[in-house]
Design a binder for this molecule. Structure first.
Ligand code: GDP
Length: 311
């Protein structure tokens, strides 16, 4: 199917970090027939409500960015929410999209679907080759089920559903709540507050040794729209920056961005999670797409957003 600027596109999860970035990217590229629903308008965990919505609106393209998400502590504390809600959201949307004539569905997974000790950088073929990281296995199992659902609908019904696996994302609109956020927004908040309060120390969770790869969400949105137009196969595609940093290095970069001059201490009573998470993005590169926003620039951009909205 040709997707053009008047194609009716439903962005599920448009208020989240990824969904909001997708809407920004679609609008800036001139797509003019976008639909969305807030959580109070449409509860994606309820099958009947989702069916009614699709029967009425019949979107031609669905970008599935709705999910229950959170950092290492939230994942570990609310296993039912991370497993059940995500399974329901995926099943309801993918089934209704297929049933009501959608021509293309883009499903967003996560790099945590890969085994805890997968070889690095992680290739798409490493999926389901070993045990998962226990702190986020609930979310990972739900996302793996989503990938398999997309593959199953393609195999059984010829439905063009693709699955994209972003690395750790960050950017404007991120969750900065210290209990539930991911590391990058948490560190922005901690260093900012320490600067404002003139605290001598900032405490960073874990040993500082785990390595993570970070991609700005506007790069991710650009990649999603590119692949929406140019990719139609069952294999999952990694979307990453291509390089990682240690949490200690990240803490230093955030301190520099914020202008904090105090000491960084590591709280080893908190979990490290998986030791390293770096995606092999050679498939994506071969498909013709590359990221543009460096971590340094992206951190500045995200810090600016934080001070405007929470500062
Ligand atoms: P993960 O990539 O799924 O492990 O999720 P996170 O982004 O939550 O955590 C990444 C790493 O950053 C882990 O090793 C955390 O222990 C570490 N980290 C250090 N400080 C913080 C913090 O304040 N919040 C969070 N969420 N993680 C932190």
């Amino acid at each position: 199917m040709e997707i053009n600027l008047t194609t009716k596109i439903y962005v599920a999860g448009h208020r989240g970090l990824v969904g909001a970035a997708l809407v920004r990217a679609l609008q800036s590229q001139g797509y003019e027939n976008l639909i969305s629903r807030t959580r109070s308008e449409l509860d994606l965990c309820r099958q009947g409500a989702v069916e009614d919505f699709f029967a009425k609106e019949r979107p031609q393209v669905v970008l599935l960015a709705a999910a229950k998400v959170g950092g290492i502590l939230a994942n570990d504390s609310y296993p039912v929410d991370f497993l059940r809600d995500n399974l329901l959201i995926e099943t309801n949307i993918i089934e209704s999209a297929y049933r009501y004539g959608c021509q293309k569905l883009v499903f967003l997974g996560s790099s945590c679907i890969y085994p805890k000790l997968a070889p690095q950088p992680m290739q798409e073929s490493h999926l389901l080759t070993g045990p998962l990281e226990p702190t986020n296995e609930w979310y990972a199992v739900a996302k793996i089920a989503g990938i398999k659902l997309c593959q199953a609908y393609r195999k059984q019904h010829g439905f063009d559903a693709i699955s994209l696996m972003p690395t750790n994302l960050y950017g404007p609109g991120d969750n900065f709540d210290l209990q539930t956020s991911h590391v990058l927004p948490a560190l922005i908040r901690k260093f900012h507050e320490a600067k404002v309060n003139q605290s001598p120390q900032v405490s960073v969770w874990g040993s500082g040794k785990p390595r993570r790869e970070f991609l700005h969400v506007d790069d991710l949105a650009d990649a999603c729209l590119y692949l929406m137009q140019h990719y139609a196969d069952q294999e999952i595609i990694n979307i990453g920056w291509g390089e990682d940093v240690s949490i200690q290095q990240l803490a230093q970069l955030v301190a520099d961005t914020v202008g904090y001059k105090g000491e960084v201490v590591f709280d080893t009573s908190k979990p490290d999670g998986t030791p390293r998470k770096l995606l092999d993005t050679s498939r994506l590169t071969q498909l013709g797409w590359q990221p543009k926003i460096t971590l340094k620039k992206g951190l500045l951009d995200t810090y600016r957003w934080f001070t405007e909205h929470h500062g």
